[in-house]
Design a protein around this ligand. Structure first.
Ligand SMILES: Cc1cc2nc3c(=O)[nH]c(=O)nc-3n(C[C@H](O)[C@H](O)[C@H](O)COP(=O)(O)O)c2cc1C
Length: 458
């Protein structure tokens, strides 16, 4: 059988993910795994129709397609996202239709599930026959269990193709409504109260609903609100995954394009940020993805802590909970405060006007109160994962993170909590005494609430 492997790593063959593919190839020599470095070659594929056609020819003649990619910023790299956009842009969906497919990623398991949800949804949209996924930790291939699991995954994929196994879908096609938004005038003006507000968008001239939502949002303020369009910035390309930034936060692109300067001088200094974009396939645009990926020059160190964030999104947002989760997860680990999402998915123009006006009010109100909603599991778990990884195996490469984590007090390991450790030492010993255990159980409920009651009484 011939399997086309669409390689999502910008590092091409010198990538961790491709070592997993090479291992599969070695163990299944009867099948041909044809690797195409679509992310590494994205500029050529976008520019050169012939080169793109060559990829399509390979897919056409293949028995199956393996999406193999690193996880980048809770999704796939921007270059891979761009490749997926090109499929639709060039009307090539039918070539993928009914092809058996599976997804393989490597990562440190930080929001690998949202990356897989994304690929799966894209496959369902392309009417592919999705067999399954394998989310490997970067180092799994080094262990016997990891290798064995990988081979089961690969064998299942090959068997599904051979047996023409039945597959089911997990994602319904998103339904876009026909709606032209014509905003009304803003009668009340919100005073920004000296807060620095910045709207970041990738809006194109034909995306009139988004452009009008931005205008209506701006009109909600008494002050002029600046807008930066990502398409106007000179951004040479997506993150290359070279990790040069790990040592001292210097990006390999630095001085060659606008990105780092823009991020340092405009994003980091804003109190309130508005992210505005149009849903494209199952995310925003690849330009937006590039914005997030390139911020990796900051490593895992939070750069948006305490900021207020508003999201203005044109398109069927309620049908894309994965996108919401990606944004929420990323913002919660900062932690930044999501003041709200506004989309044009529901309601008439007056309703959307009201939502935008209220978003403006809330952003300023929350900024004045220094309010950041407590993170949910999405943020809490993410913060702990990064903490452990930076302290541990990632420290060697991400030394800038290590220094920052120490400085910012992010190494809040439970073993540093001396009081709890002392309690954990003494109380379990006492609990071996039946009388103490009985009394402990009797006072459990009241004992648990006593510290809270003290706070209330104070
Ligand atoms: C820009 C960038 C973003 C990343 N984002 C994530 C992430 O969101 N979640 C995660 O678990 N790992 C993330 N990683 C780690 C990579 O997924 C991991 O190192 C992967 O194995 C790299 O594969 P490759 O060598 O094939 O490119 C990121 C790495 C880079 C360079």
């Amino acid at each position: 059988m011939k399997i086309v492997v669409l390689n999502g790593s910008p590092k091409g063959d010198v990538s961790v993910t491709m070592q997993y593919v090479h291992y599969i190839q070695k163990k299944f020599p009867q099948h041909e795994l044809k690797i195409i470095n679509v992310s590494q070659r994205i500029k050529k594929l976008a520019r050169d129709e012939q080169a793109f056609q060559q990829v399509l020819d390979d897919v056409r003649s293949a028995d199956g397609v393996l999406w193999a990619s690193p996880v980048y910023f809770l999704l796939v790299p921007s270059q891979y996202k761009r490749f997926i956009e090109l499929i639709a842009e060039r009307g090539a969906e039918s070539i993928f239709e009914r092809k058996y497919t599976a997804a393989l990623t490597t990562s440190i398991h930080f929001y690998d599930h949202t990356a897989h949800n994304y690929i799966h949804a894209v496959c369902d949209d392309l009417e592919m026959r999705y067999v399954g996924s394998f989310s490997a930790d970067m180092r799994d291939l080094m262990g016997e269990k990891g290798r064995a699991g990988l081979l089961v995954f690969a064998a299942e994929f090959f068997a599904a193709i051979e047996n023409q196994a039945p597959t089911s879908k997990s994602y319904r096609p998103a339904i876009w409504r026909e709606f032209e938004y014509y905003p009304g005038a803003a009668e009340v003006k919100v005073d920004a109260g000296g807060k620095r507000i910045l709207i970041v968008t990738d809006a194109e001239a034909h995306q009139t609903n988004l452009l009008r939502m931005i205008e209506r949002f701006k009109a909600s303020f008494a002050q002029e609100i600046p807008v930066v369009n990502l398409n106007d910035l000179d951004i040479k390309g997506g993150c290359l995954g070279c990790l040069h930034c790990g040592y001292d936060n210097h990006c390999a692109y630095e001085g060659q394009d606008d990105y780092v300067e823009f991020y340092n001088t405009q994003i980091k200094t804003a109190d309130i940020l508005i992210f505005a974009g149009v849903i494209r396939d199952r995310y925003l645009s690849s330009r937006w993805k590039m914005f997030f990926d390139r911020s990796f020059f900051n490593g895992h160190t939070p750069t948006l802590s305490g900021k207020q964030i508003g999201c203005i999104i044109s398109g069927p947002l309620s049908q894309n909970q994965n996108l919401r989760q990606v944004l929420q997860g990323w913002l919660e680990i900062q932690p930044a405060n999501i003041a709200g999402f506004v989309s044009d998915e529901y309601g008439d123009a007056a309703h959307i006007d009201g939502l935008l006006q209220d978003l403006a009010r809330r952003l300023v109100r929350f900024a004045a109160a220094d309010y950041v909603r407590p993170p949910t599991f999405l943020g809490v778990a993410g913060i702990k994962l990064f903490r452990d990884e930076i302290w541990g195996r990632l420290r060697m490469v991400f030394q800038a993170d290590h220094r920052a984590y120490k400085r910012l007090g992010l190494y809040d390991f439970p073993q540093k909590d001396v009081r709890t450790r002392a309690i954990n030492l003494v109380v379990p010993l006492l609990l071996r005494i039946p009388g103490f255990r009985k009394e402990f159980a009797k006072r459990m409920k009241s004992g648990m609430v006593r510290p809270y009651q003290k706070v209330i009484e104070r």
